[in-house]
Design a protein around this ligand. Sequence first.
Ligand SMILES: *Cc1c(COP(=O)(O)O)cnc(C)c1O
Length: 397
Amino acid sequence: MAKTIYVDNAATTAMSDVAVEAMKPYMKGIYGNPSSLHSVGQKAREELEKAREAVAACIGANAREIYFTSGGSESDNQAIYSAAHNGAAKGKKHIISTNFEHHAVLHTLKKLEGEGFEVTLLPVDKDGLITAKQVEEAIRPDTALVTVMYANNEVGTILPVREIGAVCREKKVTFHTDAVQAVGHIPVDVEADNIDMLSLSAHKFHGPKGVGALYCRRNIPLRTFIEGGAQERGKRAGTENLAGICSMAAALQDAVNHMYENMAKEELMRDILIDGLSRIPHSKLNGDRVRRLPGNVNMCFEGIEGESLLLLLDAKGICASSGSACTSGSLDPSHVLLALGLPHEVAHGSLRLSLCPDNTEEEMRYIVEQVPKVVEYLRSISPVWEELEKGERPHLI
Ligand SMILES: *Cc1c(COP(=O)(O)O)cnc(C)c1O
């Protein structure tokens, strides 16, 4: 199999044909600035508002509640900043989240701690779940915000967002969710799910990179994060990325229109991988087996390093990711796997395979054939594995 097998769709996806086609008219034809009063600008404005309605409809929102941003990170930053400062204005400076959020959330919370906010990070259980009851018990009179991700980007766990949202609504606390891994992949509805603020990003559902949206419920004041012109009703300055926005809208509509067939396809392939790779001795599936994104597989293999596994798989044409591979080149294992309670040694040997509907069962069979060989080879040259096999140290999984 000479072709590259891309199974790193949680990192980013290829743009769909639909998304590419939807972008083209805006590169030359419809090039106006939506803020211009002339006809060229007004044509652009019309398309911008159509895209807003399309994105809103895909998540059960009203178009007036959608703000276009540069992606998931910016949406997370602005949502958390807004809710925190709305709270602070009323003397509420407590925020609740989990210990396995994306860094766009965790680092924003860290920054707010430096500004005098108090943050409670709820510990997820061994499968990467928290309960609405945990949230309820953590809420205080001075809680300004609860931010809990919809689905985890590393281990694929789907959190009980609807129940958490219900608790927040009852307690009158703003609820934000980083739904970057969920939107376009599983059904998301801001009304049914009791969500006040939501982040989404186009490049995670076969749209372009560098564009996303923030949903902010009508009654919640959104604070301006990027200052400048009056775009996005004064909440987010900068000339709109019209090509990106219209392409995102098309990609999302396409994803939502095919959601159930895509989910079924991914689940089938995911389960081939989980069943096949679970046969490797001293391996472990990370994340909940049932409450799981259709396209996510995350496993640990004892006695090996995730980075070595990735490089050898890459040489065999398989592009995957490892929880321990950090863009900063840090040797720390993933905070997500540690949050699940995995020991450092085990967390280092992780592999994430994230699928999209364009993957094939044939590719899954190739992966199931290759991964055990590579794991076996790495174990054969691993001093740690030798100690484990000799009984000089205990197996942890
Ligand atoms: C990718 C991702 C982000 C960041 O989105 P960008 O558009 O790349 O900024 C945030 N949260 C989660 C869960 C993600 O998977």
